[in-house]
Design a protein around this ligand. Sequence first.
Ligand SMILES: *[C@@H]1O[C@H](CO)[C@@H](O)[C@H](O)[C@H]1NC(C)=O
Ligand SMILES: *[C@@H]1O[C@H](CO)[C@@H](O)[C@H](O)[C@H]1NC(C)=O
Ligand SMILES: *[C@@H]1O[C@H](CO)[C@@H](O)[C@H](O)[C@H]1NC(C)=O
Ligand SMILES: *[C@@H]1O[C@H](CO)[C@@H](O)[C@H](O)[C@H]1NC(C)=O
Length: 433
Amino acid sequence: MKFQDKEHLYGNNNKKQMIPKIILIAILVTIIVLVTPLSYPLFGSSLMMNKSMQSSTSSNVDSIKKETLPSTSLKNCDIFSGEWVPNPKAPYYTNKTCWAIHEHQNCMKYGRQDSDFMKWRWKPNECELPIFNPFQFLEIVRGKSMAFVGDSVGRNHMQSLICLLSRVEWPIDVSYTHDDYFMRWKYPSYNFTIASYWTPFLVKAKQESSDGPTHTGLYNIYLDEVDEKWTSEIEDFDYVIINGGHWFTKPMVFYEKGKIVGCHYCLLENVTDLTMYYGYRKAFKTTFKALNNLENYKGVTFLRTFAPSHFENGLWNQGGNCVRTKPFKSSEARLEGTNMELYMIQLEEYKISQKLAKRNGLKFRLFDTTQAMLLRPDGHPSRFGHRPEDNVTLYNDCVHWCLPGPIDTWSDFLLEMLKMERVKSKKERPHIE
Ligand SMILES: *[C@@H]1O[C@H](CO)[C@@H](O)[C@H](O)[C@H]1NC(C)=O
Ligand SMILES: *[C@@H]1O[C@H](CO)[C@@H](O)[C@H](O)[C@H]1NC(C)=O
Ligand SMILES: *[C@@H]1O[C@H](CO)[C@@H](O)[C@H](O)[C@H]1NC(C)=O
Ligand SMILES: *[C@@H]1O[C@H](CO)[C@@H](O)[C@H](O)[C@H]1NC(C)=O
C-alpha cells in the first residue's frame, strides 16, 4: 500500500475525514483528487476516512504591527510577541478523544515517541494569553459563521479547533457538496458554522501540468482574477480567516488581463521569471480587493500570516528534516530569507488594504502567527505523518503541524482576538451611531 504524495507538502488532500462516527456509515466515500492522482493507505480499524493526503522582526515590521494590532481595554499588549513557556497541563485532547485529526498530522499514531512538543503555551511579553476556553469561544460565536480560506495549513488549524471544541460539542456535516475541499460544519447547540475553502493560491489557478520543471506541477495563476469558488460564497460569513504561502514555491505561470506576464521557475522560453514574490503580492492584492468590493460582506477578515516550515539539512525533496524536540527561544531564531519576504509582503498588502477596508467600514485584522511558529521546529510531523513503509515524496513533513501540537495555540490567539473585537465594537459603536 502506498500513497504517492507529491502534493503532501502542500497537503491538498481531503477534508472529509472529520465526520462524526454516527453519520459515518451513511456517507459514501468519494475520493476527489484535484491535482495528482493519489492512492491512500488503508488505516486498519480507523473509523475515519483517510483520504489525504517559515525574531526578530525589523522595525519596519514593528511599526506596521503596532498600528494594526488589537488592544484590550486593559492595556496595550502585542499578543504575538513572546516566548513559548512550559505548560504541563497540555494537551487538551488526544488522538483517542478527537476524530478530526488528519491522518498525516496524527503523529502519535505513526510512532512519534516524544510528547514534550505538546506541552507549551504562548506567553506574550507584556501580558498573558489565556488557554483556549471552548465554552467561551462557542458563546462568542453563537449564531455566527467562520470560513477558513486558503491551503492545508488553514485546514490544519480548523481541525485543531474542532478538536479543542470537542470538549463541548461535535459539529455535524452540513456541506453543500460532496467535494472534500469545501466542507461545512455546524455546531447545533450554538448555531455556529465553520467552513473550509480550498484555494491554495487564493486567486484563480489552474494546473497546467502535473509534472513541470520540479515535478511538483506547473500552475497557471490568474493574478488579477478571483477564485470564485470561495469569493462567491464568502459574503455571508462573519469571520473569514485568509492564509496562503507554501504553494507559491511551485513553478507558476502568471497571467494578468488574460495574458502571460511572467512566471516563477517555469523555464519557458521568452517568459520572464518574476519570482514567486511577484505572484504572492498580487494574489494578496487581488484577494483583499475582492473582499473590499463584496457588496454585502460585513465580516471580520483575519490575515493569518505565513507559518514557516522547518526543513534543516536539505530542502524538502533533498533529505531535509525537522527532528528538534524543543521550541526555540526568540533569541535563537531569526525571521529571514523566504520566510521574511513572504511575511513582509503579507504585512504590506494587508496594510494597504486595511486602510481601504476601514474607509468601507470593514474590519481587517492581523492574525500574526509567524513569529510564534518560527519558534516551533519541534511541532511538525516529520516522518511521523505516515507509516514508515509508505512511499511518499515528501517523506518528512516540516510544513504541517502535529495534532495536538503548537497549532492549537492559534485558537488561543483567535479567541483573544474575538474578545478584543467585542471590546472594540463596544468602543466604536458610539462613533458609528
Ligand atoms: C493514537 O496514538 C496511539 C499512540 O499514542 C496509537 O497507538 C493509536 O493507534 C492512535 N489512535 C488513533 C485512533 O489514531
Ligand atoms: C443561525 O445563524 C444564522 C446566521 O449564521 C441565522 O441566519 C439563523 O437565523 C440562525 N438560526 C437560528 C435558529 O437562530
Ligand atoms: C522567443 O522570442 C524570439 C525572438 O522574439 C522568437 O524568435 C521565438 O520564436 C520566441 N519563442 C517562443 C517559444 O515564443
Ligand atoms: C515510489 O513511488 C514512485 C512514484 O510513484 C515510484 O517511481 C517508485 O518506484 C516507488 N518506489 C517504491 C519502492 O515503491
